[in-house]
Design a protein around this ligand. Structure first.
Ligand SMILES: Cc1cc2nc3c(=O)[nH]c(=O)nc-3n(C[C@H](O)[C@H](O)[C@H](O)COP(=O)(O)O)c2cc1C
Length: 175
């Protein structure tokens, strides 16, 4: 492995993390009858008993304080053909624009779960841990559902996988 020269700044770290391939999810929340949501790939399952999930959310994201206050969030795992959804939820735009003409349904707790996703979950926040410019939000899963049995949307080298035919995805090309 080649040691990376240069200072350990955020940009260097972001480029290095680009080697780590992930799935892509949309995390949604709701407060005062208004939905919010953002694209998230910093997500991990933490425990099985009880089932719990952790997401790392920027303090700057509009959705983060809504989750902090409402104590709930939902997760939808995106499928290979939901790249436009990921791109939409990665922009700081109004709630109206984020959810306009978007096919979704609500879980038993009233949170948005995206139609066409691979799976969805609703969580109750059990802890919020400050982590520099992010907040680590641990949620106990209170509702789970399975979605389409198709290929996932993947994120690698700062780009998205592409569909190749009906049942194969290709990772972003090497620069
Ligand atoms: C593939 C991808 C993954 C992302 N993962 C995260 C993440 O894990 N945590 C985070 O806070 N932001 C993440 N973002 C950035 C947010 O989606 C983005 O800042 C969004 O505009 C926040 O929306 P909001 O301010 O309306 O809540 C990601 C963006 C992309 C494209």
């Amino acid at each position: 492995m080649t040691p990376d020269p240069g200072p350990l700044d955020g940009l260097t770290f972001r480029r290095w993390m680009a080697h780590w391939a992930t799935g892509v999810s949309v995390v949604t929340a709701r407060e005062f009858e208004t939905d919010a949501g953002l694209t998230v790939n910093a997500l991990l399952s933490v425990s099985l008993a009880p089932p719990s999930l952790l997401v790392s959310l920027s303090r700057d994201a509009d959705t983060t304080p809504i989750i902090e206050r409402s104590g709930r969030f939902a997760v939808s795992f995106l499928a290979f053909d939901q790249r436009p959804v990921s791109e939409r939820f990665a922009r700081t735009i109004s709630s109206g624009e984020k959810f306009r003409d978007l096919p979704f349904h609500r879980g038993p707790n009233g949170l948005v779960l995206l139609d066409g996703a691979l799976g969805g979950a609703e969580c109750r926040v059990v802890s919020k841990t400050p982590a520099y410019d992010h907040l680590l939000i641990l949620g106990e899963v209170v509702h789970l559902e399975s979605g389409r049995e198709v290929e996932p949307l993947l994120f690698h080298r700062s780009g998205y996988s592409e569909a190749v035919g009906n049942d194969t995805v290709r990772l972003p090309k090497r620069p």
